[in-house]
Write a new protein. Sequence first.
Length: 148
Amino acid sequence: MTPVRMRLTVRGVVQGVGFRPFVYGLATRLALTGFVGNDSAGVFIEVEGSPAAVAAFQVELGDEAPPLAHIETVTATPMPAQGDAAFVIVASAAQPAAATLISPDLCTCDDCLRELFDPADRRYRYPFINCTFFPASPSPGTSPTTAR
């Protein structure tokens, strides 16, 4: 079967919520090749594979997105197949400033706290640890009951 390639541009709250690792996992599970990256307005994706796998990717992209992601729009553009060997996360693209939606501050979940205080973990005592799968908490100073 002849492979197809699709470029997807995703806009919304899709940065800082684990969206690129989610896309990577989805693409590799469906045996797709291509890449995912950030730009100033959201996330760009190119996937290549069987027509059925590319169609499934497009459906599951919205249905299985990380809990803190909020997809506003997805634009799909067919592209010529390129024969990539794998699916990769690429470096963020430098572009002029654009309006980017920002996810809310998050609580630190028990799993993240275990990583933070486990000397064997690569994130041990990493001061900027964050959780992309835990419910939002108020930002400091936005609630009179916020205590840090």
